[in-house]
Design a protein around this ligand. Sequence first.
Ligand code: PGA
Length: 232
Amino acid sequence: MKLETFGRNEWAPAVGARLVAFLPDGRHRRVCFATGSTPEPAYAAFAAGGGALDDTEVFLLDEFLLPRGDPGRCDEMLARSLLELCPSPPLALHTFDVSAEPLDDECRRYERELDAGGLDLAILGLGANGHIGMNEPGSAADTPTRVVDLHPTTQQNAARYGATSPPSRGITIGMRAVLAAAEIWLLVTGEHKAAILNQVLTGPIGPDVPASFLRDHPNAIVIADEPATIPR
Ligand code: PGA
């Protein structure tokens, strides 16, 4: 797995420009987008740099089990941080219906949509506990898209994102479909991510740190800012 490092202020423009280049006009792409604090400045740079999603099928990476419209939901964050900044809607938008019953059927529906063409790119953030999406510690490399119980730090994230009540569960694209993406970008910023990034890069590969499985992927890149790469 390659590591590319940028200065604190250079990181977002670099990721934004890389995404503009990855999504050329007229080329059908299928891309999974993480939400959360990390990618927001990169998505803003993408839009400011003329990025557009007209030819892109957008897949949301994960979702909290929160009522529709809750500001802490991932679909709301994706709208605020990316979709509303682009000049026109994406070619298609795949999100989770967390009110569907049974939820297991909804997970299977999403997995079928993923598998009908796969992902050209998965854009991921890194959880403070080593998760990707909501694949919490303990997630094996072959886990399907599924309902998960959230780790306390992930529940705290939802509060940080503006959730009106703390969610205890979520739905996430599983490790299997993430690792099946043709290309993966793991976005990591800030000194508070330095210790876990060091584990991802140098620790054992296994379910205790799900992001460590990216090291077995042929085309995964960590795109980090300098503060995230100084082990503490
Ligand atoms: P953050 O969350 O980008 O808000 O730090 C990342 C994650 O927990 O996946």
